[in-house]
Design a binder for this molecule. Sequence first.
Ligand code: PRX
Length: 663
Amino acid sequence: MSNRTGRARARGTQDIESLLQEKRVFKPDAAFAKQANWKRGTLAEYRDLAERSPQRFWAKMAREHVDWFAPWKRVLDWKPPFAKWFVGGKLNVSYNCLDRHLLGEDAWRRNKAAIIWEGEPGETRVITYGQLHREVCKFANVLKELGVRKGDRIALYMPMIPELAIAMLACTRIGAPHSVVFGGFSAEALRDRILDVGATFVVTADGGYRRGKAHALKPAVDEALDGIDAVSHVVIVRRTGQKINFEAGRDLWWHDLMERASADCKPAKLDAEHPLFVLYTSGSTGKPKGILHTTGGYLTYVTVTAKAIFDLKEEDTYWCTADIGWITGHSYVVYGILANGATTFMYEGVPTHPRPDRFWDIIERHQITIFYTAPTAIRTFIRLGEEHPKKHDLSTLRLLGTVGEPINPEAWMWYHRVIGRKRCPIVDTWWQTETGGILITPIPGVVSTKPGSATLPFPGIEPDVFDEEGRSVRPPNGGFLVIKKPWPGMLRGIWGDDARYVEQYWKRYRNVYFAGDGAHRDKQGNFWIMGRIDDVMNISGHRIGTMELESALVSHAKVAEAAVVGRPDEITGTAIVAFVTPVSGANIGGDLRNELREHVSKQIGAIAKPKDIHFTDALPKTRSGKIMRRLLRAIASGDERVGDTSTLEDYSVLARLREAEEG
Ligand code: PRX
């Protein structure tokens, strides 16, 4: 029996129609609630304060979660759409992530693990707060000696190794904004980013381990820097020991420099609005956008959200599986976790190496207590089969999280049942590179959850759902997700392109942040994110979120993963094309196509029936796990020109999809 009833509502084409109805509700567990960092009373008090005076609320959060060298003069200077938070305040991020844990009554943390790291080949390293502080100070001195000055931009192109976190923190210590470029990006992508941000230093490694092999990074750096004279030095961590090209005068080994460096480095007293980092994210068109985050507001935001949402405790071993090359890694592998003095676990490699149970094996061996991952990973695990997690003792887990895309209710239920063993609250956290930290999420221990809903805004955050004209849409109708008030973690701009910043986020609705996602609210005020609006299809005048179709498909017992795109259709405007990965062993004979069409029709309505269904053993994904719908759209409409594929994780998927199409 399905717990959802499908119904299509006939309404104006302005609305994004929401066709899935999820009825299951999970109340917070009483035992969890009792020990939670934020209890019902805390949340009520904060919501109340934030409603009466957002500025007083954020000031309280900034005072309680961050150490300041000098207090701010004004909480917020808002000249829409440009915000300055904690104006005049002085602080240092590395001081907040390290030094303060070594002082006064917190000094016992000196020997607490800050980072526990596991390499893909299996070796582990534990770095205490005392050691991390030392390494960061040393690398900050290395940078200074190489001539890095406050404000200089440093590109970091590295594998998931502790040196990446050390380099980031060292940058923050001296006020040199970093720009981390995900290690899976091509030389061309790296070059574009180095040029756009105007980086003068690069930190990299010879390579890293993925799928049992050493993959090289240094050749991409060499290629990227070809003809760029502005980059004076490249510092290289020796990770794999593979042979590299070494350019005398420019290239330097990390270990040589660190051997000579002093461990004494005072943290720079930086302005609250000093640029902290630039992180590139793809727009719907054109070149990537360099999202700028600054110091005081960002640190306040990630620290308080990490504490409240992940319920971080001293004794936790917290694991976020995101690569540091993405915003999730910045905010919730490094800054938000270390600022709380918690232990962050880092893993270098792929989830299925050398066996499909690597993640569960890690959780068991390292006794992970909090696990934060992406729906795409969860769907992969569903496909691999429950026998893998079932082999392991996952009883240390006490909280689960998801991020990055809407989670299909069936995947949520699997996560709850198979990984959480029905004991762990799940926080489905909605946010973006631009938002700096989590904006919509359950507070575990207080907020009831519904599979597929990110539930409620964090205190002080005021989201709404707008129609085309900027009118708030009444629940349960759908529309465009907006944020109506500035918040400390918000982006401060697009690097070097104020016009694009205004155009992209603030033009559609005056002085209101346009997130680019479709959403609807239910009667209880829970938010249901329907994905990017460019993933929304218009079928016979009805807008249908691809995510809802995918959820419907995935709720079929024989489907592990599904992606849905539109292709032009003479009659309906757009025809729905589904790419389906069946569970292993499923018989995909002709009947399954019909079965799935009927299933979707039953779940959502006849209008949502996919016209074409392609079976495939894998979907094309970016290295961050997002399905590349652009490619699927091209395949669905028989277009040979698939455009830029430089961010595709596995090229062979494309060829196999093509073959399936022809065969
Ligand atoms: O569409 C939303 C989706 O991911 C987008 C942001 O992507 P990015 O900047 O790469 O950051 C991802 C990690 C924060 C959003 O516009 N998204 C993110 N989290 C969720 C989500 N969609 C639904 N539910 C979520 N929990």
